[in-house]
Write a protein that binds this ligand. Sequence first.
Ligand code: AVJ
Length: 325
Amino acid sequence: MNSVLSSQKRGEPAFHDYRPAQARFREDVLSGLTKSQRRIPPKYFYDEKGSRLFDAICQLPEYYPTRTEIQLLKHYGAEMAEYIGEGSVLVEFGSGSSLKIRVLLDALEPAAYLPIDISREHLFHAAKRLAGDYPEVAIHAVCADYSQPLGLPGGFAEKPKAGFFPGSSIGNFEPEEARQFLTRIAALLGPGSGLLIGVDLKKEAALLNAAYNDNQGITAAFNLNLLQRINRELEGNFDLTGFEHHALYNSAEGRVEMHLVSLKDQAVTVNNQTFQFQPGETLHTENSYKYSIEEFQQLASSAGFQPQQVWTDREDLFSVHYLSL
Ligand code: AVJ
């Protein structure tokens, strides 16, 4: 598992593969399908097709988080870079296509950049492109599930570190899980380090509902792709026309929920196990918690971080926090 697939050269990323075993996917899907409210963790959206669909979501007119966060990074990048400081090791959790980090790299010279992502091929190609464009930055791409305890590849322990966790992916965790995750990240980064984290703000339900129900149906395709992945990788037989995308802001919980709704009474087989779906019954595929600035600062403080600065756009759509340890 702990194999370096390519050694580090200027303009070439090093690659560290700690990708979870396929058995984990199988176990998580089977146990999730057995629950009374069926659920599958959202990290499984990101196979190759899912990662491409997510990139398409980021370009949608309705999906304001990506462009708003990029605007904030562009506008306040120099200030953010001041907080992070030169010569630190930048560790990104869920780096995807590594587009946002480019804005920071234009304002900052880190000692190294460590993108961590679960989507192996997508990460590999993104790291290659980035290494070609930023040959002076040492890039160590780490394929791993950051929601599980993880270590960094060797040689970085002594260096000051800065975490980068954009996109409001923190919202995928339950608040208590988010606190545990941040506590783990604090230990991983170490004293004197900081974390730059993007957090989607609470807002009018109409805007949130539109962001997760785009007109082109890309979010629906992203949601349904999970069933296709299960069919392909876990010997499933989900009928993709028998389920429908459903996303709605649950204001009591402060989260957007995504579900796949069964359109009929149907049996589905996965890994030789059969699951009966009633019409209207849902498979819960994602939570996207939204936080006010104060709520998030409280959460971060309870995990041992000190809120230092927060940047928001004029419409108060999105926030980027700098937290220190
Ligand atoms: C990458 C988890 C932050 O919750 O907004 C986008 C994923 N899901 N549209 C989000 C997503 C549906 C996204 N995160």
